[in-house]
Ligand binder design. Structure first.
Ligand SMILES: C[S@@+](CC[C@H](N)C(=O)[O-])C[C@H]1O[C@@H](n2cnc3c(N)ncnc32)[C@H](O)[C@@H]1O
Length: 407
């Protein structure tokens, strides 16, 4: 496999690697780390590498693609000379004739393609989509029904990632929003690509444990959800307020709100960029070992927040079709793609009423300070907005309002 670090060092196989380790005095393990993790060598090792290869610092940076800002500036300053050199070296790429894409499934609002989404995105009109949600494979060596390779080298995964991410950037309308769900490490690289084209609105942390604790590391407990917009501001941002967090057993306060209780908005608490309330999908009837189904609640939140009825939503990695079913229920047009089997997606649409019920139940918890259930549990035991109002009326000096005792 092509690896820029090895190529710069003229390493093509294991014996080259061992030989280079011997001559340079850098261990094989360390060389592998630099190559596989795509990390620029520390100063001592860099000096050894430059002395063995005869390369200059500049050449080494260019060969590995790890350019510092000084070099980027030099390239910009000399752009016409450099582009002349590159142009004379480039051969016209053969134009590949693209077959028209045929949908495999359509609904009142949506169109599903069974194909490679990178190819599909190139065929769709540029800047035509209002919202994109992407949940790609995480390269964790999972087995997918589609048989895709989920164990690429880092360089392979990142170059594939850049291709589909740029496909999304091109597809997004000005003012449109792009959400990318991934594990934090990959989203750090995706951010680096996106920061050049879109505006970061939020790095959302969804508090979900997704693997076992790892020795000598913190327990990985959040997925990252990148939220970017094309242009300065999103065309659509529908805020959602959430109920106040209360004790799961007695529904009492879990924080001391002091004199602020009566200042809490009766429509609930502002949604923050840490989402504690997304449940992992464990027992859905559509969850198979390889489907990776995301919770309806997550897609309901994203689609409601960043699009309006009639807008177009695109998801390049369909999986079990969570984005599509939620889009349909919320009256959004949708375009979807899945490279593997699409039977689960179709089956979910046959059972749309089941999903409609879940989405409608989710609405009950939006824009309220207390859910119906919490209200019932609190009545007579803990404060409610109306009991605070009665107290306020009876007492001219609002600072003197007595809290309801918590027990
Ligand atoms: C993590 S899953 C998505 C799960 C989905 N969000 C859901 O809730 O069901 C990723 C999916 O992307 C599909 N996939 C991988 N590479 C693809 C490609 N190049 N084009 C289209 N789909 C692809 C995989 O087959 C897999 O089903």
């Amino acid at each position: 496999m092509k690896n820029n670090f090895y190529l710069a060092l003229n390493i093509h196989n294991n014996s080259d690697l061992k030989a280079f380790a011997k001559t340079s005095g850098i261990t094989v393990k360390k060389l592998k780390y630099y190559a596989e993790e795509m990390i620029f060598p520390n100063i001592t090792d860099l000096e050894k590498i430059l002395s063995v290869t005869g390369l200059t610092d500049l050449e080494f940076q260019l060969k590995t693609g790890c350019l510092d800002s000084k070099l980027k500036q030099l390239l910009a300053d000399n752009s016409s000379k450099i582009s002349e050199i590159i142009a004379s070296d480039q051969h016209d790429e053969m134009e590949i004739k693209q077959e028209p894409f045929e949908p495999v499934f359509t609904t009142k609002l949506g169109t599903l393609y069974q194909n490679d989404s990178i190819k599909l995105m190139k065929s769709l009109p540029r800047e035509s989509v209002d919202l994109i949600f992407a949940d790609p494979p995480f390269n964790l060596d999972k087995s997918y029904e589609s048989g895709i390779n989920d164990k690429l080298t880092k360089q392979e995964y990142l170059s594939w990632t850049e291709e589909w991410v740029m496909g999304c950037v091109n597809l997004l309308k000005e003012g449109g929003s792009l959400f990318i769900w991934n594990i934090p490490v990959w989203n750090t690289y995706i951010s680096e690509i996106l920061n050049k084209h879109l505006t970061l609105r939020h790095w959302i942390a969804a508090d979900i444990k997704y693997r076992l604790p790892i020795q000598n590391k913190l327990y990985p407990s959040h997925y990252s959800l990148l939220y970017y917009t094309k242009g300065e501001k999103p065309t659509t941002f529908n805020t959602e307020r959430r109920p106040l967090e209360v004790c799961r057993h007695c529904a009492g306060d879990i924080r001391d709100y002091g004199g602020y209780k009566d200042k809490l908005n009766e429509l609930g608490i502002n949604l923050t960029d840490v989402w504690y309330d997304i449940p992992p999908v464990r027992h859905s009837k559509y969850k198979t070992r390889s489907s990776n189904e995301l919770p309806l609640k997550l897609l309901d939140r994203v689609i409601s927040m960043a699009s309006n009825e009639g807008d177009t939503v695109f998801d390049p990695f369909g999986g079990s079709g969570t984005t599509f079913i939620v889009s349909e229920i919320l009256n959004r047009k949708w375009i979807g793609c899945e490279i593997g089997p699409v039977d689960t997606i179709k089956a979910r649409f046959e059972d749309i009423t089941f999903h409609e019920k879940i989405i409608s139940d989710l609405n009950k918890d939006k824009n309220v300070l207390f859910t119906e259930e919490t209200r019932r549990k609190r009545e007579g035991k803990h404060w409610l907005p109306e009991t605070l109002q009665i107290k306020r009326k009876n007492n001219k000096n609002t600072d003197q309002i007595e809290m309801f005792p918590e027990n």
